[in-house]
Design a protein around this ligand. Structure first.
Ligand code: NAD
Length: 292
């Protein structure tokens, strides 16, 4: 994934493809490991699934919609010499999640890397937010991460550390958001779900560390994906967005994928319970950029 040579334009044409597919890198840090990426038929999940595949992992591409996209991502993983398949499941359904992990056990004999990426927004002014909107966002963004993490920890403990494969028995990456620390008016359900992910991640990390299981989060800033198209698909919206980004470019899914590969690899073996903000400085109080 060669982010440096892409020649970022100050404004991004929404018709551009959202993931670059270069030739597979030679270094296969994750060879012999199996990864599950939830919500991986688009955006950040798609980028991470391809990134893990390029790093040598076998990849299960979970999706709830976009089957054709999911199958194309599996093909890209296979092109790099790894294995994979697409699996439809709703991460907020306990039955679906348990069936997804049972199949993973049957087909790959276990799991090494879980990426909790599936997420959505249902925005409303606070006093108009319905219970259905609240429950939907908490159900997918927080309960979904709980259900998948619980199954992953059970599987990691069953198998333990596999010598020669990885220093740890398993790794969980929770895709959170800068809104796990930045309040977000009009998006109370979303900010609450991501704030919940942050302390859930740290608490699981503390509990399972003795089993050599690592649990970390990546909190993206503004990344160019379908979830936030309104914020980057016109020149005016993009310029407004840049007021919040000291680094003055929107993030790409590659930016998150490369961080995810590193956090999933033994290069980060002593890191657990951490949140990596991949945000071009969005959490640096950009209002104070010129001295406040
Ligand atoms: P996206 O809409 O492209 O991806 C979200 C994916 O989750 C979609 O593929 C969707 O189908 C899937 N999904 C939704 N409900 C699901 C369910 N019940 N079960 C399984 N899958 C489900 O948007 P994205 O930007 O790629 O978002 C990915 C993650 O990154 C989300 O958790 C989001 O909150 C987080 N995030 C994104 C940004 C950003 O700027 N794009 C910033 C911070 C955090």
């Amino acid at each position: 994934m060669d982010v440096m040579n892409k020649g970022y334009a100050p404004f991004h044409d929404p018709t551009l493809p959202d993931v670059v597919m270069p030739s597979c890198p030679i270094e296969k840090k994750l060879r012999g490991q199996t990864a599950l990426v939830t919500g991986a038929s688009s955006g950040i999940g798609k980028g991470i699934a391809i990134g893990l595949g390029h790093a040598g992992a076998d990849v299960v591409v979970n999706y709830i919609s976009g089957e054709d996209e999911a199958l194309a991502i599996v093909e890209e993983v296979k092109r790099c010499g790894a294995k994979g398949y697409a699996h439809r499941a709703d991460v907020s359904s306990e039955d679906d999640v348990q069936a997804m992990f049972a199949r993973l056990q049957d087909e790959f004999g276990g799991i090494d890397i879980l990426v909790n990426n599936a997420g959505l927004q249902q925005d409303a002014a606070f006093e108009e937010m319905t219970l259905a909107q609240w429950n939907k966002v908490i159900g997918v963004n927080l309960t979904g991460q709980f259900l998948c993490s619980r199954e992953a920890v059970r599987a990691f403990k069953r198998r333990g550390v596999r010598e020669g494969v990885s220093c740890s028995a398993g790794k969980i990456l929770c895709i959170s958001s800068v809104h796990d620390v930045i309040p977000w008016a009009g998006h109370v359900n979303y900010a609450a779900s991501k704030g919940g992910v942050s302390l859930m991640m740290k608490s699981i990390a503390q509990e399972v560390a003795p089993w050599r299981i690592r649990v970390n989060a990546i909190s993206p800033g503004a990344i160019r994906t379908p979830i936030n198209m309104a914020a980057w698909s016109t020149q005016e919206a993009y310029q407004e967005l840049m007021k919040l980004v000291p680094y003055k470019r929107i993030g790409e899914t590659d930016d998150i994928a490369r961080a995810a590969v590193w956090l999933a690899s033994d290069d980060s073996d002593y890191i657990t319970g951490a949140t990596l903000y991949v945000d071009g400085g969005m959490t640096l109080y950009p209002g104070f950029e010129t001295g406040g």
